[in-house]
Design a protein around this ligand. Structure first.
Ligand SMILES: Cc1ncc(COP(=O)(O)O)c(C=O)c1O
Length: 390
């Protein structure tokens, strides 16, 4: 059975007429830069994510970069984040000549560990004052929010900004101490990505910066267009971080379906959970299915399953075995950021963040998308079962 890792063609087929119509409208208008499509998308995403302000930008990477720029992060500053994330999270910090400071993850969620974050921040305030920690970037990995209540408490205790990397988690909900909140709506900023494979994916690159702070929203809009309010007069150093009109138009069509697609992703995840339970291999130990931490806390979109990631013994051999059976899988991420060549100047070594390193050896993302069928899921589970049972 040949099963795609992600089937974007199937999604396109289901909304083809509407999308094509929108593309034609933009083509007829010949207006490609910002304009009403971008403004409307910003309003719609702000409503969807329950924030006051949203700014469309060129990518999720730029959403992080612009957020940090708006907070004046730069040389001499440090930003704490997880080593178990996509490069762009720490890349945005380093591009501004600030220092990424890594903090190990929680084994169950693979998100930044609040306990380790507390230790790190306490240590810092006890004497290692060589670094001026300015912000924290928690990442809502795979579609489940990091544990934001303790993170926000620590941020307020140590007077730090919080930029949520919500690139993988649009619409995911978190039971915050002030009520249920959407990913990206809790910190000073939230960064979304519309990379084509994301739960809400464009036909190219795109991203969005979320905030509830009017001044920060204004600054973000300024930074997006070279720091210029009036044409050819520049108030601050910005860049070209605009979201394309065409992408905004396409995203507006897709946004209408997002809620139902997320629901289907959650159903597929539950189907996997049950199938693995029935197969017996989960209890025997060679694999662990993902845990949903907020499911019983009155939260509807407790995990939006951008990825369904199992932990597997003999992971690399399992991956090869599945590939031969026509089941592609992916590893997010094979090498934590502290061990990447580009960050060697930070001076880290193996075992510095053992939980992240262990995750990098064990995680395996299985196909998950709204169009995945139960026959395909049964095949994937029984293939994994046959690998372990021989
Ligand atoms: C956790 C995380 N952060 C940041 C990004 C960057 O987003 P983009 O690819 O839109 O630049 C991604 C997506 O690839 C991501 O998964």
């Amino acid at each position: 059975m040949d099963i795609p890792l992600l089937d974007l063609k199937a999604q396109y087929q289901s909304i083809r007429e509407e999308i094509n119509q929108k593309i034609l409208e933009v083509a007829s208008s010949q207006k490609f830069i910002l304009g009403s499509e971008v403004e409307n998308l910003e309003k719609e995403i702000a409503a969807f994510s329950e924030v006051k302000f949203a700014t469309g930008v060129s990518s999720g990477s730029d959403a992080l970069l612009v957020s940090l720029m708006a907070l004046d992060v730069g040389e001499g500053d440090a930003v704490v984040t997880t080593p178990f994330t996509f490069f762009a999270t720490a890349g945005a910090v380093a591009r501004l000549k600030a220092r990424p400071v890594f903090c190990d993850i929680d084994k169950t969620s693979c998100n930044i560990s609040p306990e380790k974050l507390e230790e790190l921040l306490e240590d810092q305030s006890k004497g290692h004052q060589d670094l001026q920690i300015k912000a924290i970037i928690p990442v809502h990995l795979y579609g489940q929010c990091a544990d934001m209540n303790p993170i926000m408490n620590l941020a307020s205790k140590h007077d730090l900004f919080v930029v949520e990397d919500a690139a993988q988690a649009i619409g995911a909900e978190y039971p915050s101490s002030s009520g249920i909140k959407k990913a990206g709506a809790i910190g000073n900023f939230g960064a979304l990505s519309f990379f084509p494979s994301k739960n809400l994916g464009a036909f190219g690159d795109g991203g969005m910066v979320l905030t509830n702070d009017e001044n920060l929203a204004k600054k973000t809009k300024l930074l997006r267009v070279h720091g210029s309010r009036d044409k050819y007069f520049y108030e601050v150093l910005g860049g070209n971080f605009r979201l394309d009109t065409l992408q905004a138009a396409i995203l507006r069509v897709k946004l209408k379906y997002l809620e139902s697609w997320q629901q289907k992703r959650m159903e597929k995840a539950s189907y996997y959970d049950n199938a693995f339970k029935e197969s017996g291999i989960r209890e025997e130990g060679p694999i662990q299915t993902p845990e949903t931490l907020y499911k019983d806390k009155g939260v509807k979109s407790y995990h939006v399953f951008h990825q369904y990631v199992i932990r597997a013994e003999k992971r690399d051999r399992l991956k090869k075995f599945l590939q031969e059976k026509g089941v592609p899988t992916a590893i997010y991420y094979p090498l934590p950021l502290h061990l990447q060549k580009c960050f060697s100047y930070l001076g880290h070594k193996e075992e510095d963040f053992p939980v992240a390193e262990e995750a990098a050896r064990e995680v395996l993302a299985l196909p998950i998308y709204p169009e995945l069928t139960s026959d395909q899921q049964d095949f994937i589970v029984s293939s994994i079962q046959s690998f372990y049972k021989g």
